[in-house]
Design a protein around this ligand. Sequence first.
Ligand code: CP3
Length: 342
Amino acid sequence: MKLKNDLILRAAKGEEVERTPVWLMRQAGRILPEYRAVRNSLSGFKELVETPELAAEVTIQPVDILGVDAAIIFSDILVIPDAMGLPYQMIENKGPFFSKTVKSVNDVNALNIPDIDDALSYVVEAIRITKKELNGRVPLIGFAGAPWTIFSYMIEGQGSKTFSKAKKMLYSQPDLAHELLEKITDATILYLKAQVKAGADMLQIFDSWAGILSYDQYLEFGMKYVNKICNELNQVPLTVFSKGAYFALREMRELNCNTIGLDWNMDINNSRKLIGNHKTLQGNLDPCVLYADFKRIEHETKEMLCKFGKNRHIANLGHGVYPDVEPDKVRCFIETVKSFNH
Ligand code: CP3
């Protein structure tokens, strides 16, 4: 099916665009009352993720309601540990919780490399339905967590300020850490390939906890595995978003991907110099700008657009949109990008 709006794919590949494309990380869910209405009719987040028709519905909501240039499939990075044998619960107002975590060699050996069409058939099906219902309006983004970020949840069992248990394993049992990271990487490659086969037009890898590692550790335990994933996935444009990893931008230049996501701490001009001109950059407005008044949002957005320039940029926030941001403020950001003339 030919896409009616393929701006984001062209921007990712470094082709000319009429204007900068825009979408928001965490646009599906979090902010829209229409999302909450669907979510509240169910037992919880997990039921929504595991019901393909409804996952497709909330995936498309931001396209209809906010006018973004891409949809991102409604799911979570934690479906991978779940499919490997560590089920998660999503606790209201708290976040994810795993009753079983990985502590020993036996725990790592007990994890399985899932058959995606079986264990994660609900994601594959949600992608198929979404593609059909989008009917070529905008591209669909598939995603997965980076191995290091998934590893962190598998060891900690929940969110953490320091992720010290996960980091402890890197220092105390580095071989076991590598074994676990290898396994997560293998599962993730299969998972992303299945998403492309089901119809994902583009992929993003979220390394949300990259920034808590030292430079050396990030290269050894983080980027090594992201690199392996990139090398296996060449069918569709791929974005790597490593939050907080400003210290590794020069190395990201060598990653086999099209786009690098920048968070709002990263300086645009310096990042461009370090990454070079052969990659597209995505980002990077501070999500808190959307708490400002409309005039300020417009001003900050235009400044950002000027710094990135017209080509090789996908406009986004520097991390996911916060749950208490008013949809009209999000619309202001999107409209400012869409009407901007470079
Ligand atoms: O971008 C999108 O809108 C697509 C869907 C998506 C979700 N999670 C839905 C979700 C995506 C891409 C994610 C990624 C994700 N999940 C990340 C990486 C991105 C990032 O923000 O750094 C991480 C670290 C997670 C793990 C996770 N899932 C946490 C920590 C939480 C609780 C707090 C939160 O973020 O809301 C979730 C729950 C979650 N995932 C919700 C949604 C819409 C909220 C749950 C609800 O509706 O009750």
